[in-house]
Write a protein that binds this ligand. Structure first.
Ligand code: ATP
Length: 324
């Protein structure tokens, strides 16, 4: 069943790193020498009040999307390299509609290339839809300032990118004024405090490409700690597909549970436990929503979800007892 959750392409990895970097959007764009694909509208307002008043409901309303072609983006931008691979005659998403109610968790599932990552990029306004609208708290993302959107949204990607810097500095990208006590609280909640405590330099341990070698699961837990520190109203999470040892797997799951409990969440889900616990599962295929429902509803209905479930999970190590 490799076709279900195959590796992300090198091109989308560029995107993934950029998404992780949204914890400190301006600074990271500067570091990566990227230009944002979207601009603030002249009358853009801050999102904070809308979210406080109405909750962080996310709605995709008849969304279609086609990646910009090379001629539409600056050649100086890395995006243009990705765009060169795009087929300009074909929409990546077609008429996608679903709602993530405030406080709920929605899982996106579907074969590789179905459009899950693309949806997460529209939800964080890396791009604007070419048709329809994306709204948080009832407000079209095109009408809010990007900075306020990035303050409201926390992103954790598969890559769980860490900067070549100390753990403390990596965490403070999310909240520069956080005290050490705040950092430790976030590390505890993300089930990674014990690891950090065991490192010779503790919070000052330098991680990242040339730093202390962390496992995939440890990196993802640190990225979750960084997100928890930010206390975002809305969470976009790309669950790690990398094989984690079972201890790491349990710890990552516990960290995810913590992250999902306190926010509205859109999650590109790969683990059955995450999918099964979601309030709503949106099944994508070829850029379209083909099914929506709970795990039990979708299994009973048959179709792509049931097919994915039976091939991916039913006999595998993540298999669970049948749902009542
Ligand atoms: P996976 O499970 O493999 O991560 P996915 O469901 O997340 O897949 P997307 O990454 O959203 O799928 O890709 C949807 C389609 O859009 C694919 O055909 C992909 O090749 C294409 N695509 C993704 N990123 C870009 C880009 N930057 N430019 C052009 N096309 C892209």
């Amino acid at each position: 069943l490799g076709r279900l959750y195959g590796p992300i392409t090198a091109m989308s990895n560029v995107q993934v790193d950029v998404m992780t970097a949204l914890v400190s959007f301006e600074r990271v764009l500067e570091v990566l020498d990227l230009e944002p694909m979207v601009d603030d509208a002249p009358a853009a307002h801050d999102l904070g009040d809308d979210v406080a008043r109405r909750g962080a409901t996310l709605e995709l309303d008849h969304v279609s999307f086609r990646y910009p072609t090379a001629s539409e983006v600056s050649l100086a931008s890395l995006e243009s390299v990705a765009a060169l691979t795009n087929d300009p005659t074909h929409d990546t998403l077609t008429d996608v509609s679903f709602t993530v109610p405030a406080g709920a968790t929605v899982a996106l599932v579907g074969p590789s290339g179905a459009g899950k990552t693309t949806i997460s990029q529209l939800a964080t306004r890396m791009y604007d839809p070419t048709g329809g609208s994306v709204r948080i708290a009832g407000t079209d993302l095109r009408d809010v300032t990007q900075q306020s959107l990035h303050d409201a949204v926390g992103v954790v990607t598969q890559e769980a990118h860490l900067f070549h810097d100390s753990i403390a500095a990596n965490l403070r990208y999310a909240r520069p004024d956080a005290t050490d006590a705040d950092l430790w609280r976030a590390l505890e909640r993300a089930h990674v405090a014990e690891l950090v405590r065991s490192l010779p330099s503790g919070l000052e341990t330098v991680v990242g490409d040339r730093g202390y070698r962390l496992s995939g699961g440890e990196r993802q837990r640190l990225a979750i700690a960084r997100m928890l520190l930010k206390e975002p109203a809305f969470v976009v999470l790309d669950e790690a597909t990398a094989h984690l040892d079972s201890e790491s797997e349990v710890a990552v799951q516990a960290a995810l549970d913590e992250a999902l409990a306190s926010s509205t969440a859109l999650i590109i889900a790969h683990r059955l436990s995450t999918i099964r616990d979601a309030d709503l599962i949106v099944v994508l295929d070829g850029g379209q929503v083909v099914q929506q429902g709970t795990h039990a509803e979708l299994l009973a209905a048959g179709g792509l979800y049931a097919e994915l479930y039976h091939t991916q999970f039913a006999d595998g190590p993540d298999a669970l007892a049948p749902v009542a």
